[in-house]
Ligand binder design. Structure first.
Ligand code: ABU
Length: 513
């Protein structure tokens, strides 16, 4: 039994050790129950409630904050209920997001990080974590194929931030004066992205207008456009390249200076890979910065079998990689890697004297925080470091292989079924499988606008029922002119073929009309 008064009982109260231990042990029991039920296929992926239901309060679970302190028992109930009404993203039947799974070692790493509760900007307060970050950055750069002793990088909060860093650094490398004097002293810039790359085989199917090089970006990954807005480059100066050609880069007639190309290794929806070597040729010929957004695809570099899909990544100047996606590291764990050493520091450093004193008694090169655009920075490295120790590079490789085998299994299973249709007829390059469920009524109907309209409604209806029942979860979206389709992604090594069968059976059952 926990004593009822939080403030008086827990540490730092002089007699607080015992109640603190009891409280934390009770919490650990709650966490263990959650962990065990995450891997229990008879338990739900989610216990769905609408926002208004959660806000109104459920069986003693209230989001409202009191003026008087609540007791420890109530806090434990709140902890339990927070997990109860959340989503078990580690469940083997959660296929909804690129980040999934619950790696026990990674989770332990996150617990330790929280207990250490430090900031990773100076060696002074993070001696071990700063060195772990250095080791990891070197290891990840090696996987990219850069000389390991050169280069740089920084862990940051997610792929969008990593991509923002890449544009910031590219702009600074060509126009360092921008740091001090702003956009008014540099030319108007244009950047290019090929997010949502369309496999060659399908380019011919696109409407003529969509095939024009340099068409204003409508469907590129929004983080690139967002970064262009944030950095003052302008969203309208981000161009989508369905096919990157030198002509695409001739923006001079519009008074724009191209400086950057984002190539994607593993697009969010299709899991497609850009031809990195071809893009590298263009970048090298025109003196442009090549960035590879490998937030999703980077994990494949850990697999001998699949790393070849990123051939040419070693020619990039910067790379985004999210170990919290394909490598299964608990959120968040994202990195921007730089081929050139020193640029991050030059671009971002401001030498705040209260943190980065040059006259400290240790090597201040290890006060790496000034490379970052953040001041305070969460320690995202320990869990990845610990997982790497636990699995070795080979363990990560097998995990990736298994996820891609599951994707292959689903693709093969759907290929010849009358009630499913694959969005692409070619095998998935990554672990994304995109498909429509075709209900009985539509199978007999002739195809056209009306058919598309009806098909568009199918996935949301199935998803609604799926979330209400809570036994499985998969995402859907439209893309361009394509009506809503399911996107199943595999990044959880706990998922088996039986789970894939379960997903297909559930969609079939819920999709009956
Ligand atoms: N780029 C964030 C991940 C989106 C997704 O899980 O689909």
């Amino acid at each position: 039994q926990c004593h009822p008064n939080v403030d008086l009982d827990l540490l730092p109260d002089p007699a607080g050790e015992e109640p603190t231990n009891r409280f934390l042990q009770a919490l650990v029991q709650i966490l263990l129950t959650h962990v065990n039920s995450t891997f229990d296929r008879t338990s739900k992926v989610l216990d769905f409630h609408h926002p208004h239901q959660l806000k109104e309060g459920l069986e003693g679970f209230s989001l409202e904050l009191p003026d008087r302190p609540e007791n420890l028992e109530q806090l434990l109930v709140d902890c339990r209920d927070t997990l109860k009404y959340g989503v078990k993203t580690g469940h083997p039947r959660f296929f909804n997001q690129l980040s999934s799974g619950l790696d026990i070692i990674g989770m332990a790493g996150e617990w330790l990080t929280s207990a250490a509760n430090t900031n990773i900007f100076t060696f002074e307060i993070s001696p071990v974590f700063i060195l772990m970050e250095e080791v990891l950055l070197k290891k990840l750069r090696e996987k990219v194929g850069w000389p390991p002793v050169e280069g740089d990088g920084v862990f940051c909060p997610g792929g969008s931030m990593s991509n923002l860093y890449s544009i910031l650094l590219a702009r600074y490398s060509y126009f360092p004066e921008v740091k001090m004097h702003g956009m008014a002293v540099i030319p108007r810039l244009a950047l290019f992205t090929s997010e949502h790359v369309i496999p060659d085989i399908l380019v011919a199917e696109l409407p003529q207008t969509d095939r024009l090089p340099g068409r204003l970006c409508k469907c590129s990954h929004y983080s690139i456009r967002k970064a262009a807005g944030v950095l003052g480059i302008g969203i309208e100066n981000v161009f989508l390249c369905v096919k990157l050609t030198p002509q695409t880069l001739l923006c001079s007639s519009q008074g724009l200076v191209p400086f950057y190309i984002n190539a994607t290794a593993g697009t969010t929806v299709y899991g497609a890979f850009d031809p990195l070597n071809e893009i590298a040729e263009i970048c090298e010929r025109h003196g442009l910065w090549m960035h590879v957004d490998a937030a999703w695809g980077g994990g494949l570099l850990m697999s001998r079998k699949h790393a070849g899909k990123l051939q040419g990544i070693e020619r990039a100047s910067s790379v985004t990689w999210n170990p919290h996606k394909m490598m299964g590291v608990p959120l968040q764990c994202s990195v921007i890697l730089m081929r050139q050493k020193g640029l991050l520091q030059d671009c971002n450093q401001l030498c705040a004297e209260y943190l980065f004193q040059p006259d400290k008694h240790y090597d201040v090169a290890y006060d790496t925080g000034d490379k970052s655009i953040q001041c305070g920075r969460h320690v995202d490295v320990f869990k990845l470091w610990l997982m790497w120790k636990a699995k070795g590079s080979e363990g990560f490789g097998s995990q990736v292989n298994q996820c891609l085998e599951n994707a292959d299994y689903l693709f093969n299973k759907l290929e010849n079924r009358a009630d499913f249709e694959l969005v692409f007829k070619n095998k998935p390059e990554h672990s994304n499988v995109c498909f429509w469920y075709i209900p009985h009524s539509l199978r007999k109907m002739s195809r056209g606008l009306e058919w598309n309209k009806k098909l568009h409604e199918v996935a949301p209806k199935i998803k609604t029922k799926m979330m209400e029942e809570g036994m499985v979860m998969v995402g859907y979206q439209p893309l361009g002119e394509k009506p809503n389709f399911f996107r199943c992604v595999f990044s959880n090594p706990a998922t088996t073929r039986e789970d894939v069968d379960f997903l297909v059976d559930e969609i079939t059952r819920l999709g009956q009309d």
